[in-house]
Design a protein around this ligand. Structure first.
Ligand SMILES: [Zn+2]
Length: 272
């Protein structure tokens, strides 16, 4: 059976028979001060801790957008593992300035990527939700002439993607930012839906709209933890994220849906 783990923020790991596929892996979690004023770089020790305990060989990394809490650690993990990276133009810039352009593949609306073991990833273009003060943070593309290490503010979001990961009759939708473009998603379905909690209050009816499009049996909120502090138990939540309110919204949208609040780094109970 496929195993799925939430890695914190929008990070999801799928594994099956010694193969691993990642979405938005992010472990460094630089503090608020570094994020606001300094330049940020991957904490290689923390990434290596994750890599030493992965359930197999990482084949591919999908990046939903290139803000630092989705993209910062991707070049290091890709360099260390040889994994292919799929994302937008800004992610391509990051891979190039980290010296590994050949592992990058730029994707676009409607792409379907065939992976090993019969897995397939569908790609849909989306848009970034609003965050602090109701504004979209760091819009635009990453400056092609930027040099590493970048400031947090240089991690522009670039093209934003929704992913749907398919295997046999299972399908996993991943919305790493609290927005969607319904017209790009016609025909998309996801039995299990990972939904961004951060900033959803700024997008009208985000939860209801996402569930209407994908018609899931299971919904798991993600991106509700405060990624400016290290992972510790109990997990520190983002200020104002109101996870209980989100769970109520999910249940109000469908009486039959199962809600899973994932435990960080633990296999999700996905029997459906
Ligand atoms: Zn973002």
């Amino acid at each position: 059976m496929i195993q799925v783990r939430w890695l914190g923020t929008a990070g999801i790991e799928f594994s099956y028979q010694g193969r691993v596929w990642l979405i938005d892996p992010f472990f460094t979690r630089p503090g608020k001060f570094a994020s606001l004023f300094g330049r940020v770089r991957s904490n290689e020790l923390i990434c290596d801790q994750y890599l030493s305990a992965t359930p197999g060989k990482i084949e591919a990394i999908f990046v939903g957008h290139s803000h630092l809490d989705h993209a910062l650690d991707v070049p290091y993990i890709a360099k260390k593992t040889g994994a292919s990276v799929f994302g937008g133009k800004s992610m391509q810039t990051l891979m190039r300035i980290h010296g590994i352009p050949d592992q990058m593949r730029v994707v676009a609306q409607g792409d379907k990527i065939d992976l090993s073991n019969g897995f397939r990833m569908e790609i849909y273009e989306s848009r970034h939700g609003r965050a602090f003060f109701g504004k979209v943070p760091f819009p635009g593309e990453i400056d092609a002439s930027a040099t590493i290490p970048l400031k947090a503010s240089q991690y522009k979001h670039g093209t934003v993607f929704i992913f749907v990961f398919h295997w046999q009759d299972l399908s996993f939708g991943h919305l790493g930012s609290a927005e969607l473009i319904e017209s790009n998603l016609s025909g998309a379905v996801a039995r299990i839906l990972f939904l961004c909690a951060a900033g959803r209050q700024f997008t009208d009816h985000f939860v209801v709209r996402a569930m209407k499009v994908f018609n899931p049996s299971v919904v798991a909120p993600i991106h509700f933890d405060d990624f400016s502090v290290p992972i510790k138990q109990p997990l520190v939540r983002l200020p104002g994220v109101n996870l209980e309110g989100m769970i109520r919204e999910i249940r109000a949208a469908s009486a039959s849906v199962k809600v899973i609040t994932p435990d960080i780094m633990s296999p999700m109970p996905l029997e459906i």
